[in-house]
Design a protein around this ligand. Structure first.
Ligand SMILES: Nc1ncnc2c1ncn2[C@@H]1O[C@H](COP(=O)(O)OP(=O)(O)OP(=O)(O)O)[C@@H](O)[C@H]1O
Ligand SMILES: [Mg+2]
Length: 321
């Protein structure tokens, strides 16, 4: 299999902070890799290295077969990048932003204009094309940003949290655009804090934490790894919580957690549920609610990293120690 993106043992340090601590990843041509990780995990650092914007302190990486350090110039021809913070020029109009990039890429005036028209159309920005980008909504800016990264028809696209801050509608619109790009054969590496986004778009997923890859696989593989199912039990009487925790823990063989008055645990064997019901019945404990369902990627992430996404604003500082 040919890899459009290949990284081995990437290391990056900032003073005492090790932002990347030996990262390996590969993305086959025409596939989408989702990179998940909490704040400060090293996602942007990895993207910047792979996009030739930052030199690693160790390890090697290639994009389209070109070394991102020694052959950065050639690698760059393959690459489009949409950064974590929108990179459009606010004072220019949408059309001007795209033309500027096209001209920088060496396209003729006429070609640049034609490309701008085409891209604005594709991103539903035709009507706004003549307006300064500063008047755009967050979603429009994101779309313009993505449009500018596509000017040079990149074969490899890096999207660093492309839908952060977007409303659900704009988010699903952008997902459609990304899907269309992948269908066209573009290879995409996308970082996200939204597990659903990775679930929706990614062929493969790697989970970063503290500058390392702590898990990788398809969404289903990751879910299977951490227990496919989730058992939730809410006793009718709160004073029974401890007993329920004990029973569930006993039968499932893992320590459950308490979440909003519910006893929650990941299980692999569905037979755990009826066994819990029988034991609780024997003990005279009535469950007001009880469910067995497939685990979400959110729960997988929680069990892998010990915290949920977007939850912990101090995680960045935490990662420094
Ligand atoms: N220019 C820099 N100088 C010093 N430290 C940095 C720099 N850039 C990143 N770091 C540190 O490196 C670590 C990884 O940061 P990075 O931005 O790659 O994380 P991230 O996964 O993209 O986080 P987020 O989800 O918040 O975007 C963090 O501890 C961060 O504080
Ligand atoms: Mg980042």
């Amino acid at each position: 299999m040919r890899y459009a993106i290949e990284a081995h043992g990437l290391v990056k340090r900032y003073g005492k902070t090790t932002a990347l601590d030996g990262v390996d990843l590969t993305v086959p041509e025409g596939r989408l890799l989702g990179v998940l990780g909490p704040n400060g995990a090293g996602k942007t650092t990895a993207v910047r290295i792979l996009a030739t914007l930052l030199r690693p302190d160790g390890g090697t990486a290639t994009v389209g077969g070109y070394d991102v350090v020694r052959q950065a110039h050639r690698a760059r021809h393959m690459i489009g990048l949409t950064g974590q913070y929108a990179g459009v020029d606010e004072s220019l109009t949408g059309t001007e932003n795209i033309i500027l990039i096209a001209r920088l890429l060496g396209m003729s005036r006429a070609d640049s204009r034609a490309r701008a028209k085409e891209l604005l159309e594709r991103f539903a920005l035709t009507d706004a094309g003549g307006r300064a980008a500063r008047t755009y909504s967050g979603g429009m800016r994101r779309r313009l940003d993505l449009a500018t990264s596509l000017v040079g028809r990149p074969r490899v696209l890096f999207l660093d949290e492309p839908t952060t801050g977007l409303d659900p509608r704009s988010r699903t619109d952008l997902w459609d655009v990304v899907r269309a790009l992948v269908a066209d054969g573009v290879t995409v590496l996308l970082t996200t804090q939204y597990l659903e986004e990775a679930d929706q778009l990614a062929d493969d997923i790697v989970v970063f934490d503290h500058g390392r890859v702590i898990a990788s696989g398809t969404s289903d593989e990751l879910k299977a790894r951490t227990g496919n199912l989730v058992l939730e039990v809410r006793p009718q009487r709160e004073e029974h919580l401890d007993l329920v925790i004990q029973v569930v823990g006993d039968i499932a063989g893992v320590t459950p957690v308490l979440e909003g008055g519910q006893v929650v645990t990941g299980v692999t064997d569905p037979a755990v549920a009826p066994a819990v019901v029988r034991r609780l019945d024997d003990l005279g404990v009535v469950a007001a609610e009880m469910s067995l369902r497939k685990s979400t990627l959110d729960e997988v992430f929680l069990s892998l990293t010990g915290h949920r996404t977007e939850e912990n604003p101090t995680a960045k500082e935490g990662a420094l120690v």
